[in-house]
Design a protein. Structure first.
Length: 283
């Protein structure tokens, strides 16, 4: 049985970590990290993703790729909570002093693959140049099939990110080759750095587009933990085609003055805003 009350508590703690990291660094992307954290909480702590923090390279592990790499505070907080590295290391986010070699933090602004000496354990691909993560995930998923393994690959994209043409080439390729051990997750908060995606380059309708390329589509509330869990189970049960979870989310979720405000895409809070945010998340 999935303990959804426990997941809710974990998500709240991870939201605090995100705010702490971005405030302490005075740099980073809080809005899209907060919109994604419920999904990552269920993925890592709801019994969905198969992983071992004591053996990050375990051959039969599942893989998660954060294609929207600017939301790294969400990923780092989850990896730390899962036991890949100490919680106190989160304070080194975007700093030049940290736990890695040569005095650089392993927690860079965008995730670096763990075999890079500056990369964090648990990171499966270097991301940040938007549009590339899904292609990397497809390559990993196909390799897993060639090895005869049953591992799965999960890739989270941002809705501003899927304005990139490379994403749709990857969508077409995965559908054509029936890459059914692949699950894409779209963090659909409808905001990007310059405003509403529907006004900048409209990406809708989403369900029909993915279906036209041969994908199984699950449309959910991206903050409802039960819906998220059920969506992952449906994706896992899908055979003969890749699956995509369109998660309708709120940018800045959990902090009232950040919610649905694109200005918090990549801005660190002031001391006053930091204290307000933590107060809201501590209620």
């Amino acid at each position: 049985m999935v303990d959804f009350d426990r997941l809710e508590k974990i998500a709240r703690e991870l939201r605090k970590e995100i705010i702490n990291m971005v405030y302490n660094a005075q740099s980073g992307h809080p809005g899209g990290s907060l919109s994604a954290i419920d999904i990552l909480t269920v993925l890592y702590f709801g019994g969905v993703l198969r992983y071992d923090p004591n053996n990050p390279d375990k051959e039969d592990r599942d893989r998660f790729i954060l294609s929207k790499g600017h939301a790294s505070p969400a990923l780092y907080s989850v990896l730390s909570y899962a036991g890949y590295f100490p919680r106190e290391e989160l304070s080194t986010y975007r700093k030049t002093k940290g736990f890695a070699l040569d005095g650089y933090s392993r927690l860079q602004g965008h995730p670096a693959w763990q075999h890079n000496k500056h990369g964090a354990p648990g990171v499966e691909a270097s991301t940040g140049s938007l549009g590339q993560g899904l292609s990397v995930g497809i390559g990993q998923a196909l390799s897993i099939k060639l090895w005869g393994k049953d591992s799965r690959v999960y890739v989270m994209l941002g809705d501003g990110e899927i304005q990139e043409g490379m994403v749709w080439e990857a969508v077409m390729f995965a559908g054509h080759h029936r890459v059914d051990n692949l699950c894409a997750i779209l963090d659909n908060n409808n905001l990007q750095i310059d405003g509403d995606v529907r006004e900048i380059v409209n990406i809708h309708p989403l369900k029909e587009k993915f279906e036209a390329f041969g994908w199984h589509v699950v449309d959910i509330d991206g903050h409802d933990h039960k819906q998220i869990y059920d969506a992952f189970m449906k994706a896992k049960a899908t055979k003969g085609k890749p699956a995509v979870i369109i998660a309708r989310t709120v940018k800045g979720k959990g902090v009232s003055f950040m919610e649905n405000n694109f200005k918090w895409h990549g801005v660190a809070p002031s001391r006053e805003d930091y204290e307000r945010a933590l107060a809201e998340l501590t209620v």
